[in-house]
Ligand binder design. Structure first.
Ligand SMILES: *Cc1c(COP(=O)(O)O)cnc(C)c1O
Length: 353
């Protein structure tokens, strides 16, 4: 066997894997627990017949970008769309970071920010959160002064802690950061405010969103950014030709007709989140306030790993964060349907009893 070694700087990276175990109640990857609206499914099925499958898709994804722009009250020239917000993040990092440049984020946070930065050859410089996972302005200023980052990430609400970042902190970052500031808003619909209101052509700020969570479309792999026009046009330099297929463009455009349904699902999820945290109050667990569709918690009477296994034995899969830096013994549960939430809380009570 003639095997060529992987780039040496990538060999130490373990990749990003959430185990896909086949269990009745899957509360580990922050997806929506509901299928998309039935009417969307009907429309997308007939849309499949209208596509000119022998032709390349609209390279600029014009209609989809116009639809997303209308949703946010911005111009289509401020919208870039890609295969999941992860590809959006990768495009930003390809365009503005790379070898010899620093990329910052505040840990614990979404691991893909550091992972993709390393894959594109950039140097990762991690700032620290407080014990309650909030972020001090002084720490933002320290990390920026120390690393002069080409790209800085703020994740709000932050995955996996659920912490909502303050507008003051985003503004503080914009004031001191020399490069691009990315606010990853994968969970924005659950959050009390959005950095979208700070986006304009004079500010190097990008807000990223995804169809994977609130829109019940994780299978479609669709995400986007809203940012300055110059940045959106810079994305052409790094994105592959026709990167977004015609079917996905239609799927996203059709989804935008169902904003009302999406918003009512968000309300159901928030109610489910309140139900779960109310139960946490009565159990020996520490939990952190969440502005997202998941809650981070730490069992106080058993190890996180044992609780994770106990839940799995009862058919409930949550995310095991217990080995992650800064998250000793922590688990993260995604809010599910009302029924799934009841199965989870009943299982948790049993495990902790
Ligand atoms: C889930 C998640 C994403 C989503 O990525 P997609 O590629 O759009 O599925 C992005 N950022 C954060 C913080 C997430 O938790």
């Amino acid at each position: 066997m003639r095997q060529i070694p992987l780039r040496s700087d990538l060999r130490a990276l373990s990749g990003y894997h959430s185990p896909q175990v086949d269990v009745p109640v899957r509360l580990n990857t922050n997806e929506a627990p509901f299928a998309p609206p039935a009417a969307w499914l009907d429309e997308i099925a007939s849309a499949a017949r209208d596509i000119d499958w022998n032709r390349y898709p609209d390279r600029a994804a014009t209609e989809l970008r116009e639809g997303i722009a209308a949703l946010h009250g911005v111009s289509a020239e401020q919208v870039f769309v890609a295969n999941g917000s992860n590809e959006v993040l990768q495009s930003i990092l390809l365009a503005y970071s790379g070898a010899g440049r620093n990329v910052t984020m505040f840990s614990p946070t979404y691991q893909m920010h550091a992972q993709i930065a390393r894959v594109v050859g950039a140097t990762v410089v991690e700032g620290k959160r407080n014990v309650d996972f909030t972020l001090d302005r002084a720490e933002i200023e320290r990390i920026v002064a120390e690393s002069k980052p080409a790209v800085s990430f703020i994740c709000s609400p932050n995955n996996p802690t659920g912490t909502v970042e303050s507008r003051e902190n985003v503004e503080a970052m914009l004031l001191c950061a020399p490069g691009i500031v990315v606010v990853d808003e994968a969970y924005a619909q659950f959050s009390p405010w959005s950095a979208m209101e700070l986006v304009n052509d004079d500010t190097p700020l990008v807000v990223t969103r995804t169809f994977s969570k609130t829109w019940s479309m994780a299978a479609a792999r669709l995400g986007y950014l809203v940012g300055p026009r110059w940045l959106v046009s810079d994305m052409e330099a790094v994105v592959l030709p026709y990167h977004l297929d015609a079917f996905k463009q239609r799927a996203g455009l059709l989804a935008l007709k169902f904003v009302g349904d999406m918003e009512s699902r968000v309300r159901d999820i928030v109610a489910g989140r309140d139900r779960i945290t109310a139960v946490f109050e009565s159990l020996p667990v520490t939990w952190w306030p969440s502005g997202a569709n998941f809650v981070l918690f730490r069992p106080e009477s058993m190890s996180g790993k044992a609780v994770w296994q106990g839940l799995l034995d009862r058919g409930v899969l949550v995310r095991d964060c217990s080995g992650w830096a800064g998250l000793d013994n922590c688990l993260r549960v995604t809010v599910g349907t009302a029924e799934e939430n009841e199965v989870f809380v009943a299982a948790l009570k049993e495990v902790l009893a």
